[in-house]
Design a protein around this ligand. Structure first.
Ligand code: AMP
Ligand code: ZN
Length: 117
């Protein structure tokens, strides 16, 4: 995708603070971090959102899930982390290239879904 910012980042055409790269995925720090550690893992393949994944993406998605705890630990999330995939308008997605936010490294994050006590 020519005009996709995350495709450009994954191709090295737009600068980013790289966390990790292999043949299939790219990880980089969020420019507006929500916590001391906040980076995103994206597939190099342009997939618009989680709502667009298909069976052919099974292996890619599985590899991403396996990679996340390793990268989170390497980045300093020694006591847990949060993963977020905003999807579509209702999900608050701003960049329409599938990405997983990995957030942590500080205090316990506030609950995203209010729980009755
Ligand atoms: P989302 O709402 O899940 O689509 O979030 C997109 C995220 O991308 C936001 O947290 C932005 O801060 C982040 N972002 C946008 N442009 C860049 C960029 N050029 N480099 C790093 N992070 C970015
Ligand atoms: Zn893209």
């Amino acid at each position: 995708m020519d005009n996709c910012i995350f495709c450009k980042i994954a191709r090295g055409e737009v600068p980013s603070k790289k966390v990790y790269e292999d043949a299939d995925v790219f990880a980089f720090h969020d420019i507006h971090p929500a916590a001391p550690v906040h980076f995103m893992l994206v597939p190099k393949l342009h997939v618009g959102s989680l709502a667009d994944v298909e069976d052919k993406h099974r292996g890619l998605l599985g590899n991403m899930m396996l990679l996340i705890p390793r990268l989170a630990k390497e980045q300093g999330c020694t006591d847990g982390f949060r993963t977020v995939i905003n999807t579509g308008h209702v999900g608050g997605q701003e960049v329409y290239h599938l990405h997983v936010h990995i957030i942590g490294g500080g205090e316990r994050l506030p609950a995203m879904i209010p729980r009755p006590r």
